[in-house]
Design a protein around this ligand. Structure first.
Ligand code: FRU
Length: 465
């Protein structure tokens, strides 16, 4: 196991494994005050290897308690790839003896990719079902990542599964016996690559109707950034999904390169999504020492109106911050941009910028490392991590594409942008969360200061104990 790593980059409020590798969030589920999170996990090294599910729980989505390995590779059927979990209300599967079981549905990746289930009554120990796989497959090379949900339209269970260049829908009365009900995506997808980790859920639309959101993580060629998570808006009739709001610009849940395989928590009051906070392009090379991989902050989702139509808006679940306005400079040199500067309160903080026009904010340290975020003269949000810290570990992290992001604004009027920072991850939100941008940063020493250049107000937020 690699122990390389210049300093401790473990974030405080983002889930990381105690050691070894994680990728996709799996089976996120809320029940009785407890948030369950599983993740693709290889315990024996900080790179991808034979996949297990690791399990963690939390009461607030910020402080996570590790619960160990929930599922391990199966000699007969293969590795445990991504999937989801539900509480089988009413014990439709008959797998519960004393209470409704939690059912995890995942891909067994062996000679073929097939869907299997495991069940648990105590929510801590998981027993693979002996009739696995429940959805066999022998022809599709890619057939994985089942996201199961209660289908109230037809009074059954449904599952959306990634199947190469499209997704498939299957339905079941009991989570054990499944039949295919539809397909989506072959014609509608404009990104190329294979679908991974799909999800489907309804949300109230700004016009009072209900729209269904189909999330699709796309495994793209390396030169296109490796991995991006897009979404489609449309209708689900209980059997299949039809896109009703196509757009010229592909809709992404995050403008950054470090949010992949994001899926929602089953059982939550409203759709709440969590993603893998890095990219397939460079995750394995990150200088984080004994662990590799982290989750983003969980984000409550809604649909809001923008100049391009309804779009997802993300409201992250973050620690409580005490916000203080940074006083502006008393006088300014003629012809110079106003500047305010502040010291940062450690490695967990937030910054809020309120502005009427272009601005540029940076985090920096005495080593000259700086991460820059702002709005340019063309009304585009930008992030720049070209000089943000260590970059030598990966050519693809250094690449221009992954270093600088430029995203047109989808709203007009005054701007409020908030940046949440937790040791190695910055998550930026603006315009009611229709702009979200996640960036991994590896400053060799902590950032100590922040600066706002431009007309506006800067607030700095300290975590409240
Ligand atoms: C997405 C993914 C999934 C697969 C898993 C394997 O990141 O490729 O499609 O189930 O990772 O670890």
């Amino acid at each position: 196991m690699s122990t390389q790593g210049s300093r401790d980059f473990r974030p405080r409020f983002h889930y990381t494994p105690p050691k070894g590798w994680i990728n996709d969030p799996n089976g996120p589920l809320y029940e009785d005050g407890i948030w369950h999170l599983f993740a693709q996990h290889y315990p024996h090294d900080t790179v991808w290897g034979p996949m297990h599910w690791i399990h963690a729980t939390s009461k607030d989505l910020l402080n996570w308690e590790n619960q160990g390995i929930a599922l391990s590779p199966d000699e007969r059927l293969g590795l445990i790839f991504s999937g989801s979990a539900v509480i089988d209300k009413g014990n439709t599967s008959g797998l519960g003896r004393e209470r409704d079981p939690m059912i995890c549905m995942y891909t067994h990746h062996g000679e073929h990719e097939q869907q299997s289930i495991a069940f648990s009554e105590d929510r801590m120990h998981f027993t693979p079902y002996e009739g696995n796989p429940v959805i066999p497959n022998s022809d599709l090379p890619d057939f994985r990542d089942p996201k199961v949900f209660r289908n109230d339209l037809l009074g059954c269970w449904s599952v959306v599964i990634a199947a190469g260049d499209h997704v498939e829908f299957h339905a079941s009365p009991d989570l054990l016996h499944w039949h295919k009900t539809g397909e989506f995506g072959q014609a509608e997808n404009k990104l190329g690559g294979v679908f991974e980790c799909p999800d489907l859920f309804p949300l109230p639309a700004p016009d009072g109707s209900v729209l269904w959101v189909l999330i699709a993580s796309m495994a793209l060629p390396r030169e296109f950034g490796g991995s991006r998570t897009q979404y489609f808006l449309g209708m689900f009739d209980g059997n299949t999904f039809v896109e009703t709001h196509p757009s010229l610009r592909v809709k992404l849940i995050d403008s950054g390169y470090d949010n992949y395989a994001a899926v929602t928590f089953s059982g939550a009051e409203k759709p709440c999504i969590i993603g893998w906070g890095t990219s397939w392009n460079y995750a394995a090379e990150e200088p984080t020492g004994p662990f590799c991989g982290l989750m983003t902050y969980a984000r409550n989702l809604a649909l809001v109106q923008t100049v391009e139509g309804p779009r997802l808006s993300s409201a992250p679940i973050v620690p409580a911050f005490l916000l203080c306005e940074v006083p502006g400079a008393a006088s300014r040199q003629p012809g110079q941009q106003p500047t305010v500067e502040t010291a940062l309160p450690g490695e967990q903080f937030c910054l809020r910028i309120e502005a009427k026009g272009p601005f540029c904010t940076s985090l920096f340290n005495a080593q000259g490392e700086t991460f820059v975020v702002g709005l340019d003269n063309e009304k585009r949000f930008f992030t720049d991590r070209t000089q943000a810290g260590s970059r030598d570990f990966s050519e693809l992290y250094r690449a221009g594409l992954a270093s600088v992001t430029v995203t047109p604004r989808l709203q007009t009027g005054d701007i409020a942008l908030t940046l949440y920072f937790d040791r190695c991850i910055a998550e930026v939100f603006a315009d009611e969360g229709t702009y979200a941008n996640t960036a991994l940063l590896f400053p060799s020493k902590p950032y100590t200061h922040a600066r706002l250049l431009g007309e506006g107000t800067l607030y700095v937020g300290t975590v409240q104990a």
